[in-house]
Design a binder for this molecule. Structure first.
Ligand code: DP6
Length: 336
C-alpha cells in the first residue's frame, strides 16, 4: 500500500471569486491571502490498483463520513479520473483532519482540496515535488475540487487569473508593510448557511449586475496588485472592504436574493471603523460567503486590535475569535 500525506492552509479572498463557467473556470480573477494555522492534513492511501472500477472511502477526523465521501467521489468521477486515468482501477482511502474547529465558519474545502491535490500530483509522479510544475499541477487539480482551493498552494499573496484561469500563482512583488499581516477570524455564527457557495455562484448567471461586477473585479485586481507592491494601507483596506460589501450586495440582488450577514456582523463592522479612527489601527475587514468577519491587520497593531476584540467579545459567538497570519506554506507530512 502506498500512502501520500500533505497539508495545506485555508485562504481568505481579498478580491472575490463569485460566479463561474464550465470546468470551474471563474467569471473573474481573484486575489487572496493564504493563512498559516488553519489548515487540513490529508492522506491518500492506494489500497489496490487492480479494481474493475474506482472505489473510495473517506474518513474525516478519524470517522468514516459517507456524506462527504459522496461529494468527493463525484469530483473524482467528474474530473480527477479523467485527469489521472491510472486512478480508474484503484481503491483508495482518503483521511483528512482540520487544525481548526468544525463549523467555526472557516471553509475547509479550500484547504482540503489543496492538500488532496498535492497527494494526487505526487501519485501521478510526473513532476518532482519541489518543482514549480508540481505546484501548478496541484493548483489546477485543486481548482477542479473547489475553485478557491487553487489559491491555497501558494502564499502569502496569490493571484488566480493572471497567466491562466486554470490555476493560481504567487504574487511576487509585495511591499515590506504587507509581509506580516494577521487575520483575526471573528466568529459571528456557525449555523449552517442558508445558501451554499455552489448555489450562490450559479445565481451570478443572468445576474443583473454581472457585467458591472466583472468590470469592478478586474479593476480591483489591478489596483490591489499595485497597492501590494507600493504598500498603501488605506487603499488596501478600501479595496478589501469594497469587495466584501460588493459580494454581499450581489447576493442580496440575486434572484432569489439572500442575506448571509447577521446583525452582529454589521455591528462589528461599525466597531472596526471606529477602532481604526480612534486607535489608529491598521485594520481592514473582509467577508466570505457567510456571516463571519475576517479582520486583516498589520502585525504591529495586533495587540491593540486584540484588546478591542476582547472588550467587545459579546458580539462574537461563544466570545470566540481565531488568530491566524497571512503566510501560507504547504507541507509534505511524510517529511514531518
Ligand atoms: C466567497 O471556492 O467555495 O469564498 O468552486 O463552488 O467550490 P466552489 O466555490 P468556492 O467559492 C468561494 C467563494 C468565496 C470567494 C473566494 O474565495 O474567492
Amino acid at each position: 500500500m502506498t500512502e501520500y500525506r500533505w497539508s495545506a492552509p485555508s485562504n481568505i479572498a481579498f478580491v472575490k471569486y463569485w460566479g463561474k463557467k464550465e470546468q470551474q473556470i471563474p467569471m473573474n480573477g481573484s486575489i487572496s491571502g493564504t493563512l498559516s494555522h488553519c489548515r487540513s492534513k490529508t492522506s491518500l492511501k492506494i489500497l489496490s490498483t487492480e479494481q474493475d472500477q474506482f472505489h473510495l472511502e473517506f474518513y474525516f477526523a478519524g470517522e468514516k463520513n459517507e456524506s462527504f465521501a459522496k461529494k468527493i467521489e463525484n469530483k473524482f468521477h467528474q474530473y480527477f479520473l479523467n485527469e489521472i486515468p491510472l486512478l480508474k482501477n484503484c481503491s483508495v482511502r482518503i483521511e483528512s483532519e482540520n487544525s481548526f474547529p468544525h463549523s467555526c465558519g472557516i471553509a475547509s474545502s479550500a484547504s482540503f482540496y489543496a492538500s488532496l491535490a498535492l497527494c494526487l500530483v505526487e501519485f501521478e509522479a510526473k513532476y518532482s515535488s519541489d518543482s514549480q510544475e508540481f505546484l501548478k499541477r496541484a493548483s489546477y487539480l485543486a481548482r477542479l475540487g473547489s475553485g478557491s482551493a487553487c489559491r491555497s498552494l501558494f502564499g502569502p499573496f496569490v493571484l488566480w487569473g493572471g497567466e491562466s484561469m486554470e490555476y493560481a500563482e504567487p504574487i511576487v512583488k509585495v511591499h515590506q508593510d504587507f509581509k506580516n499581516l494577521k487575520d483575526f477570524i471573528c466568529l459571528i455564527s456557525s449555523e449552517e448557511k442558508s445558501v451554499s457557495s455552489t448555489l450562490g455562484h450559479s445565481l451570478m448567471d443572468g445576474h443583473p449586475y454581472r457585467d458591472v461586477r466583472i468590470e469592478q473585479a478586474n479593476m480591483h485586481l489591478d489596483q490591489l496588485k499595485s497597492v501590494l507592491e507600493a504598500g498603501d494601507w488605506s487603499k488596501f483596506s478600501n479595496i478589501l472592504e469594497q469587495e466584501a460589501n460588493q459580494l454581499h450586495a450581489l447576493m442580496m440582488c440575486s434572484t432569489p436574493g439572500f442575506f448571509l450577514l447577521k446583525e452582529k456582523s454589521f455591528e462589528l463592522i461599525q466597531k472596526v471603523r471606529q477602532w481604526r479612527e480612534q486607535n489608529s489601527i491598521r485594520v481592514a475587514y473582509t467577508i466570505d460567503a457567510g456571516p463571519n468577519i475576517h479582520l486583516i491587520c498589520h502585525s504591529d497593531d495586533a495587540d491593540k486590535l486584540r484588546v478591542c476584540l476582547e472588550e467587545n467579545s459579546s458580539l462574537l459567538e461563544n466570545c470566540r475569535f481565531i488568530e491566524d497570519e497571512i503566510s501560507g506554506v504547504i507541507r509534505n507530512e511524510h517529511e514531518h
